[in-house]
Write a protein that binds this ligand. Sequence first.
Ligand SMILES: [Zn+2]
Length: 278
Amino acid sequence: MNLVELLQIASSEEKAEGFLRERGVLKTFDSCPFCHAKNIGKIRRNFYKCYKCKIEWSVRKDSILEDLKVPFSKFILAVKLFILEVPAHKSHKELDLAYNTTHKIYTKLRQCIYKFVSKDDQLLSGEVEIDESYFGGKRKGSRGRGAKNKIPVFGILERNGKVKVEIVKDVSAETLLRETIKKVKRGSLIYTDKFKSYDSLVMYGFKHERIDKSVKFANGKVYINGIEGFWSYAKERLLKFHGVSKDNFIYYLKELEFRYNFRDNIDDSLYKCLGGIN
Ligand SMILES: [Zn+2]
């Protein structure tokens, strides 16, 4: 949905509420969520009540909006600005909201994406590229494996498919193999560079092709441009968030994985995430 269409919906709270309900972001109860009695009704603008157990609940119950105090219309605009990669320190002005409120919305969106992405346990297969890269840290420009203060990230990309990334404690053969076995179907053809941690892939039932990046980046089909492309995509975007803390880095990383995998249909995919929250 483009911005013009969205502005129509955001022009009234009622339309915005309907929009969020259709997508499952706001939950629709056909019985009391506490005692399951069918005898329920709307009592005030944003509240329902069970006439059996007398408990009342908000229209926001069990949704991402439950402890957000923003109007529905502003929420859907905030989601759009998030999709458009407008950082919270800029979008809060457009939304006429406090920075903290916008930051809270963005944080919840990222947590929701993280949850959604983490649930996907489908194995990657076919032709797969694996590689590690380093993020963050103070020694800007330092390169190579073992860079100090940097966060090692392991990436797996299925050609014409999805990418999956994970923060790893180190880039030892043991760690990288364990991650590969967890995420890639045995028998798949794996492309790597010459890093020694990948030496024993064949012993674990994978086919393995290597590329020496220092000699030639692409040699027929033996290349790892796909995963390299993801690293540049991710690093370029992370530059915008000056100094993401180590604790929050995983949420930004998973957001980038999500954006990359669903880049052709990001709006619907994000609402699918939001609708899945309980
Ligand atoms: Zn009840």
